[in-house]
Design a protein around this ligand. Structure first.
Ligand code: ATP
Ligand code: MG
Length: 556
């Protein structure tokens, strides 16, 4: 069971029942993004559910672009969506569609509704329509144009299509019930006039169908069995069913709603993510701090870890905010298993080992993974001058500080014991160098059984490679940025720290540049795609430990 993409939930139970009863013999789902932005972590839930369910049941999942809103859609977005779905590990095979593929059929179905007396052309303005719709407490008012004859409606609708009327001057509406308790059923608009160039149909159409009309019919045309969508569409389900019940189409897919994925400290709205890009808060949709899939890819999140996270979150109908810690913990436990280890010093402090011969060099070895020998090992050069992390030295250290301070001995990972003899300061009083001695008998990290509690990482000064490291913190310093009047007020000013002096052992740059590495004791890092400079750039994927859990607890 554990190799399934989706663990059992109320949707798989419905599918099981449908297969048992013979209502369906195969499962067909669809993922229906609107190409008006880049996909985000919320979409990953829908992708893993739709493609995952299809895969688990040996069914099919279609990728359908919901391209009914020409003003906001672009081919660039559609391309990025395909890249992201593939990256997450899913495949729609030959089943790539656009809602616009069905514009002619949708038009014909609209004609059918008119012929049945179930749709009419309304000359009211959008404002009047809105006003006359009423609200939760007030029933709507019938449009003065509601009783037009079938002939008149057919004539006007055809002329709408032919471009005889101005944008916004007329709409086609379904004739349902202006007093319905469900506002979506109060004669919803089916078509509006919009003279806009469409990414696929160009200037063929000047009338465009609305989402609710398009979506269900597209599902039915494609033979979708289970149309899985988020809870905000629950109130639209009667309309989804009404359209399918009133046109001549054999299939009637079942719409099933589940709750959206909300992640703390994160925005999951393409519109708001777009604002971050437009306002230059981030440097593009794939900025590693973005909750977009392209940002996560660039940052180094493995797709398998994202799938695992979505699986952990599960599928239900209850609204909740998932803690960012859950995502980060999933990343950590995944990376702990798959990331090779290297040593990298982010903020270097020079160490001279006074009793180590000036011209001597040694090649030591380090395991690539402490728990998994199959990762092999690699060579690590050692010499008289090394760099250690600035934070591994403390001038006035108490007895619980097991790292470097004058007179204290520590173990250099994969190398020797060294004892700090003296700290050298510059004119500002800052420590710029440590003078140490080493124990030649302690190679490999053991000597005569004496206790050395601290182990620190290091790199050889002569051999180390300089890299730029980008440390990321959360982009928002509020757990629910979307709940604020202006989510931009919650931008964390310290979300990016650039360190240009970081040093790594040479092996890192010789090894595979496409995997995530653990810089021991520091964090997980992945090489950035950028080649702007000669200096390699590494992005911090996730820290070793969670430093935010407290803040989140306190603010809930
Ligand atoms: P956004 O507000 O970010 O534009 P959307 O729902 O309008 O989101 P679509 O492109 O229409 O974006 O979404 C494609 C599919 O992904 C839809 O079926 C939608 O329900 C689903 N989806 C979007 N956001 C989430 C989320 N946070 N959790 C789960 N599913 C989501
Ligand atoms: Mg949408």
């Amino acid at each position: 069971m554990t190799d399934k993409y989706v663990t059992e939930n109320f949707i798989t139970q419905i599918i099981d029942a449908d297969l048992t009863s013979g209502k369906h013999t195969a499962v067909v789902t669809r993922f229906p993004p609107e190409p008006n932005g880049y996909l985000h972590i919320g979409h990953a839930k829908s992708i893993c559910l739709n493609f995952g369910v299809a895969a688990d049941y040996n069914g099919t999942c279609h990728l359908r672009f919901d391209d009914t809103n020409p003003e906001k859609e672009s081919a660039e977005y559609a391309q990025s969506i395909k890249e992201d779905v593939r990256w997450l590990g899913f495949d729609w095979q030959t089943h790539e569609y656009n809602a616009s593929d069905y514009f002619q059929q949708l038009y014909d179905f609209a004609i059918e509704l008119i012929n049945k007396g179930l749709a009419y052309v309304d000359d009211q303005s959008i404002e009047e329509i809105r006003e006359n719709r009423g609200d939760f407490n007030t029933p709507g008012k019938n449009s003065p144009y509601r009783e037009r004859s079938v002939e008149e409606n057919l004539d006007l609708f055809k002329r709408m299509k032919a471009g005889e009327f101005d944008d916004g001057s007329k709409v086609l509406r379904a004739k349902i019930d202006m007093t319905s308790g469900n506002i979506n059923m109060r004669d919803p608009v089916i078509y509006r006039i919009r003279r806009l160039h469409h990414i696929h149909t160009g200037d063929t159409w000047c009338i465009y169908p609305m989402y609710d009309f398009t979506h269900g019919i597209s599902d039915a045309i494609e033979g979708i069995t289970h149309s899985l969508c988020t809870l905000e569409f629950e109130d639209h389900r009667p309309l989804y069913d009404w359209y399918l019940d009133n046109i001549s189409i054999p299939n009637h897919p079942q719409q099933i709603e589940f709750s959206r994925l909300n992640l703390s400290f994160t925005i999951t709205s393409k519109r708001k993510l777009n604002q971050l890009v437009e306002n230059n808060v981030v440097d593009g949709w794939d900025d590693p701090r973005m909750s977009t899939l392209s940002g996560m890819r660039r940052r180094g999140y493995p797709p398998a870890a994202i799938r695992e996270f979505i699986k952990r979150v599960g599928v239900s109908k209850s609204e909740s905010v998932i803690s960012m810690t859950v995502l980060e913990d999933t990343l950590r436990s995944h990376l702990n298993k798959v990331a090779p280890r290297v040593m990298g010093v982010l903020r270097p402090l020079k160490v001279v080992i006074e009793n180590y011969p000036e011209d001597k060099e040694e090649i030591l070895t380090g395991a690539n993974h402490p728990q998994d020998d199959s990762f092999g090992e690699h060579e690590i050069p050692f010499g008289r001058e090394i760099y250690v992390e600035q934070s591994d030295y403390k001038e006035n250290a108490n007895r619980k500080f097991f790292r470097l301070t004058e007179g204290r001995e520590v173990r250099l990972r994969h190398a020797y014991y060294i004892t700090c003899q003296k700290a050298i300061k510059n004119e500002q009083g800052e420590v710029v160098e440590l003078r140490c001695t080493y124990d030649p008998e302690s190679r490999g990290g053991t000597a005569d059984g004496r206790k050395v509690k601290g182990t620190i990482h290091w790199v050889s000064a002569k051999h180390a490679k300089n890299i730029e490291v980008r440390l990321y913190d959360r982009l928002f310093n509020h757990p629910k940025p979307a709940s604020l009047d202006n989510f931009l007020d919650a931008i964390n000013p310290d979300s990016l720290t650039i360190l240009k002096d970081a040093l790594v052992e040479p092996y890192l740059l010789e090894a595979d540049q496409d995997v995530v590495y653990q810089f021991e004791r520091n964090a997980y890092f992945k090489r950035d795609k950028t080649h702007e400079t000669d200096q390699p750039v590494f992005n911090q994927v996730v820290t070793m430990r969670d430093s935010w859990a407290k803040l989140e607890e306190n603010s809930q």
